[in-house]
Design a protein around this ligand. Structure first.
Ligand code: F6R
Length: 357
């Protein structure tokens, strides 16, 4: 599909999505509700209380929930959180660390390596997975294992891979009020999906409109450090994995100290950049000003600039609403390129080659 009018053809959009990515997106509010119930059912040993830090270890679609958790907890609990996307864990991990080992497949080698290190260090481990070796090992070692349903791509399982970890934190008394936040979140997601569903025509569908702007261009997503940074990275990852296209991201205010200088040459290539500014009500007033000035600097140099605003009051709603819009954009971009969003051949190839050696 490469005619923009085709984004109004429901049959063509659906024919392009045999793996059901749009269906998984549509079900995200229900996924979040189910994920809360799954997390609440998890038995957490009493010795898991009073931790001094939290580590989420995972990769790709299984790590992004960790970033949401990090930003959410930073607001609510005076406890450091890091997300580890590596084979090795930082030296500070010890018996006072609460460590979530997250892998949807349960077979990601970096996560299994970090899990083994966490076990050696005596960390308080919770595994979050659909199965695979991680489930087998964690059950064998006697750690709590949260098992989430199979059948979707890890990147379409963000609710399953985030919300149970928040439910565990609530059980440990580190956060509170999760049900209220989730009620707002699912309400907003339900309203957004009506506006962005394949049946909604381009003229009324923000996600289709942004996908049309991305088509044939290089998207560059700018978020804000400590808040929408995770969303900027997610949009980039979704354009890569669903749209099979390049994209780049950066954050304010850091990009005002380097990247913003690089808009003079090569003019022909700069004209191919499609910039997205992720806006949130909670952005520091000076950062909002920086965004406005930066827009003026690059206006006329790049192909276009789109501003997307978060929705809701709670931090979870604000971050997730922006994420949800990007998820839909990436699937419509895949439709425009005539590409099935679901398969990730290059990731599979790498995993297979690494398993052979
Ligand atoms: C695939 C995807 C990938 C995987 C990553 C880790 O949809 O999003 O980024 O999440 O390769 O695999 P898992 O999640 O199985 O540990």
């Amino acid at each position: 599909m490469n005619n923009l009018n085709d984004l109004n053809s429901l049959e063509r959009i659906k024919a392009n999505d045999p793996g059901g990515m749009l269906d998984a997106l549509w079900k995200m509010p229900e996924q979040c509700e189910e994920a809360l119930a799954i997390g609440r059912k998890t038995e957490i040993p009493s010795k898991y209380g009073s931790v001094s830090n939290i580590v989420v270890t995972g990769l790709g679609g299984s790590a992004i929930g960790g970033d949401f958790l990090r930003l959410y907890v930073t607001d609510k609990a005076g406890i450091p959180v890091i997300v580890n996307r590596d084979y090795n864990l930082p030296a500070f991990v010890d018996s006072k660390t609460l460590l979530f080992a997250v892998s949807y497949s349960g077979n990601t080698e970096e996560t299994l390596s970090a899990y083994a290190q966490a076990r050696e260090k005596g960390a308080r481990i919770v595994a979050l997975t659909n199965g695979g070796k991680l489930r087998q090992l964690a059950e064998g070692d006697g750690y709590p294992v949260i098992v989430v349903p199979a059948g979707i791509s890890p990147r379409a399982a963000t609710g399953y891979l985030l919300i149970p970890t928040l439910a565990v934190l609530e059980k440990l008394g580190l956060i509170s009020g999760l049900a209220v936040e989730l009620e707002e979140l699912t309400r907003i997601l339900r309203s957004l999906r009506e506006q962005m569903q394949p049946e909604a025509p381009v003229e009324q569908n923000t996600a289709k409109q942004i996908a049309a702007r991305f088509y044939g261009k290089i998207p560059v997503i700018w978020g804000v450090g400590g808040s929408t940074e995770v969303v900027a990275m997610r949009w980039k990852g979704q354009v890569n994995e669903n749209g099979k296209a390049p994209a780049y991201w950066n954050i304010f205010p850091e990009l005002n100290h380097n990247e913003i200088v690089g808009f003079e040459e090569p003019t022909a290539l700069l004209g191919q950049l499609e910039i997205v500014l992720l806006r949130d009500t909670d952005d520091h007033p000076r950062v909002q000003k920086r965004m406005d000035i930066s827009k003026d600097i690059i206006k006329g140099v790049v192909s276009g600039i789109t501003e997307v605003r978060s929705q809701g009051e709670g931090r979870l709603s604000r971050l997730f609403s922006l994420t949800y819009i990007g998820d839909y954009v990436s699937v419509y971009l895949a439709a425009l390129y005539g590409i099935d969003p679901t398969p990730v051949r290059n990731i599979d190839y790498l995993k297979q080659k690494l398993a052979e050696s």
